[in-house]
Design a protein around this ligand. Structure first.
Ligand SMILES: CC(=O)N[C@H]1[C@@H](OP(=O)(O)OP(=O)(O)OC[C@H]2O[C@@H](n3ccc(=O)[nH]c3=O)[C@H](O)[C@@H]2O)O[C@H](CO)[C@@H](O)[C@@H]1O
Length: 384
């Protein structure tokens, strides 16, 4: 693991979901923009999403054999402890060989061993917390961290107040710069720019309730041929959704397009989110913190369906911060089956409503987060 030049050497660690990975990528991009000579190494968890998405973004990553604790069945954690010890040992070797001048943790369990070991070896550390509720790994790393970058107020309940910096969540630069034109973006999905388009997102992993709601609404979707639907299902749900569509239509699905339902595009994961956002007149989404930052910065009208299955119900808190300012429409997970599709169809047909939602959400955007964080990262290197 040789370093090629004398530029700053930065380790960025974390992952598990897009919510941790994409902020990490945008911090890396911002560091590179400020210091093109920087050497950046990612450290993630073997077998997790970052091992594919980080190289896709053009960065090197090494995986640790780390796994998450089973918080419900404590006795099942013997193997997890062994993996944690092996991960610490491997992280130690990585830090020794790469000799980072600073280590950045973005949450998710891979960042635990990496930042702990880096801190113990005298490397300054910075952590970034995306949510209004601090993740367990970040809480453990906070005592040793030099700086803690957050996106919500009131984080002193979790972290030492003197280390907190309000930066907002970093958003990938390619979503904001050189945005594609709407027409071109709609056409890239094989759709008609004259018609309205709804983008349905389940977060980086997909959302069961949203998917079930859409399956139940296939007839309604087909009947509304004046509206086009781009549906991101998540990797684990795609096969069952294809099967359900085949059962409903009697035709095999050649995803992304469904011959029997020409106004529907279905995919497990969208790589080109810039085009997906540019194509969308309305978004339906879970309320992950990173997604919300993107909607704010891109001024997207959105219907939020927060996941009820996350720590301290933090997605509902994320969503209500917007809903309280009339900057998003709120549909509860339990009400999705009944109201989600009808609300979306009524909203997308109402240009005044779309305009108001767009104007209101724009006021909540926190721009330049990645650059602000990158500057803090580089300052830690210069610290005596
Ligand atoms: C179930 C769960 O634990 N969710 C958490 C996870 O959400 P999740 O991993 O879904 O993360 P976010 O909603 O924050 O961000 C999703 C990211 O994935 C990207 N994307 C999404 C779909 C796609 O097809 N292509 C694509 O690139 C989005 O553009 C966005 O950058 O991390 C968030 C940030 O810590 C938390 O707030 C969420 O509660």
């Amino acid at each position: 693991m040789e370093t090629k030049n004398n530029g700053p050497r930065v380790i960025i660690s974390g992952g598990g979901t897009g919510g941790h990975i994409f902020p990490a990528v945008s911090i890396a991009n911002a560091v590179k923009e400020l210091r093109p000579d920087a050497e950046i190494l990612f450290v993630g968890a073997e077998g997790r999403m970052e091992m594919q998405r980080v190289p896709d973004a053009g960065y090197r990553i090494i995986g640790l054999p780390v796994a998450g604790f089973d918080r419900k069945h404590i006795w099942k954690n013997f193997a997890v402890i062994v993996k944690l010890l092996r991960s610490q040992w491997k992280a130690r070797r990585i830090v020794k060989e790469f000799r980072p001048q600073v280590a950045v943790g973005v949450g998710g369990y891979a960042s635990g061993p990496t930042l702990k070991v880096a801190g113990m070896m005298g490397v300054p550390t910075l952590i970034q917390e995306q949510n209004s509720y601090a993740g367990v790994t970040n809480k453990l790393l906070a005592q040793k961290a030099c700086k803690i970058c957050v996106a919500y107020g009131g984080m002193e309940k979790f972290f030492p107040a003197d280390k907190i910096i309000m930066t907002g969540n970093p958003v990938r630069q390619n979503l904001l710069a050189n945005k594609p034109e709407r027409e071109e973006a709609v056409a890239s999905f094989g759709f008609n720019p004259e018609k309205k388009t709804i983008l349905i997102l389940g977060g980086s992993l997909g959302a069961r309730t949203i998917n079930q709601t859409l399956i139940a609404a296939l007839d309604t979707i087909k009947a509304h041929s004046d509206v086009q639907f781009i549906w991101q299902t998540g990797k684990i749900y795609i096969q069952q959704i294809k099967d359900a569509i085949t059962t409903a239509t009697g035709e095999a699905v050649r995803n992304p397009r469904i011959p029997a339902i020409p106004n529907l595009y279905v995919t497990d994961f969208i790589k080109d989110m810039a085009s997906a956002y540019a194509a969308a007149d309305l978004v339906i989404s879970r309320a992950g913190a990173g997604s919300i930052s993107e909607f704010c910065l891109l001024n997207k009208p959105v219907i939020l369906v927060p996941s009820p299955n996350v720590a301290e119900d933090h997605q509902t808190k994320n969503a209500l911060a917007l809903v309280d300012k009339k900057a998003a429409i709120y549909v509860k997970d339990v009400d999705a089956m009944k109201h989600l599709v009808s609300t979306a169809l009524a909203t997308v047909a109402d240009d005044d409503k779309l305009k108001t939602l767009s104007e209101n959400i724009a006021t909540l955007a926190l721009p330049d987060s990645a650059t602000i964080i990158a500057k803090e990262v580089l300052k830690l290197i210069d610290k005596p």
